[in-house]
Design a protein around this ligand. Structure first.
Ligand SMILES: [Mg+2]
Length: 245
C-alpha cells in the first residue's frame, strides 16, 4: 500500500509522547493490580483485519491465489470451448477484470460512495468518482484468459453490479485496460436495489443462454456472482477486502 501502513494512518494525528503515555498507562492497568484482568470474548478486531488484508495484497499471496483460480478457469475454457455450440465466458468486472486497489487502499477498505477522488494515493476517494475516472488496471491473469478465450472463439460477456449510468466510463476503462471486442456488457438499472445481486446476475446469464450461448465458465470474486446456476462451472476469486451479499 505504497509504504503507508494502517498503524501510521491511525496514529498520524496524535503525537508520539501522547501515544507512548497511553501505552504505559494501559500496561500499568493490566499488570500493576493484584487481581487478574477480566477479559470477556473479544470479537474480530477490524484494525487487525485491515492489517491482514493489506499484508495479503502486499506480500503477493493475493496475486498468487488469484492467478491460481484463473489458471484453473483457463484450463477449463480450453477443454470445453470446442465441444459446445456458441461457447461463452462470463466475467464480473470489479476485483475480477479490473482492480480497484488504489481506491481500496486509499480508503483503508472503507466504502465512500460519494465525494471526490483527486488526491490518490491519499484518501478519501469516492467510489463513483474513482469509477468515473476509468483508471482501474486489468488483472494480467484475467486479461490473458480473456485473450485466450477469444482465440478459441469463446464469446466473452461482462456482467457487473455497476449501474447503467456508468456504462460509458466502464466501457472506456475496459478498453483502455486492454479488453477489446467483448460480446456484451451488462449493467444494473439505475436506482433499483432489487433484485439481489445473485438474482440479477443469474437472470443476466439466463438471458445470454436464451440467445443461444452456452456458458462454459463464470468467474467472479463474490459468491453472489456465481449463485443461481446458468453456467457449467463457477470460479471464485479471492477477495478479503469487501463483500457483496
Ligand atoms: Mg466483483
Amino acid at each position: 500500500m505504497s509504504g503507508k501502513t494502517v498503524r501510521s494512518y491511525r496514529y498520524r494525528n496524535i503525537t508520539r509522547p501522547v501515544a507512548r503515555a497511553g501505552l504505559l498507562l494501559s500496561a500499568g492497568l493490566l499488570f500493576a493490580g493484584a487481581f487478574p484482568t477480566v477479559v470477556h470474548a473479544m470479537p474480530v478486531n477490524v484494525g487487525d483485519a485491515m492489517t491482514a488484508a493489506t499484508a495479503y495484497h502486499d506480500h503477493g499471496e493475493y496475486e498468487r491465489d488469484f492467478t491460481s483460480v484463473i489458471q484453473e478457469a483457463s484450463a477449463w475454457v480450453r477443454l470445453r470451448a470446442a465441444h459446445v455450440s456458441k461457447p461463452a465466458l462470463v466475467l464480473d468486472i470489479d476485483e475480477t477484470s479490473l482492480s480497484n486497489w488504489p481506491e481500496m487502499a486509499a480508503n483503508h477498505f472503507a466504502y465512500f460512495r460519494d465525494g471526490r477522488c483527486d488526491s490518490l494515493p491519499e484518501g478519501p476517494c469516492g467510489v463513483e468518482a474513482w469509477e468515473q475516472s476509468a483508471r482501474a488496471k486489468a488483472f494480467p491473469a484475467t486479461l490473458a484468459l480473456y485473450t485466450q478465450a477469444q482465440e478459441h472463439d469463446v464469446a466473452v460477456f461482462f456482467i457487473t453490479g455497476r449501474r447503467e449510468r456508468e456504462r460509458e466510463e466502464t466501457a472506456r476503462n475496459l478498453e483502455e485496460a486492454g479488453y477489446h471486442n467483448w460480446a456484451g456488457l451488462v449493467l444494473r438499472e439505475d436506482g433499483s436495489h432489487t433484485p439481489s445481486a445473485s438474482e440479477y446476475k443469474s437472470a443476466a446469464r439466463r438471458a445470454i443462454e436464451q440467445k443461444g450461448y452456452h456458458i462454459i465458465a463464470n468467474i467472479g470474486d463474490q459468491l453472489s456472482d456465481l449463485a443461481g446456476g446458468h453456467a457449467e462451472r463457477g470460479f471464485l476469486l479471492p477477495n478479503p477486502f469487501y463483500r457483496i451479499p
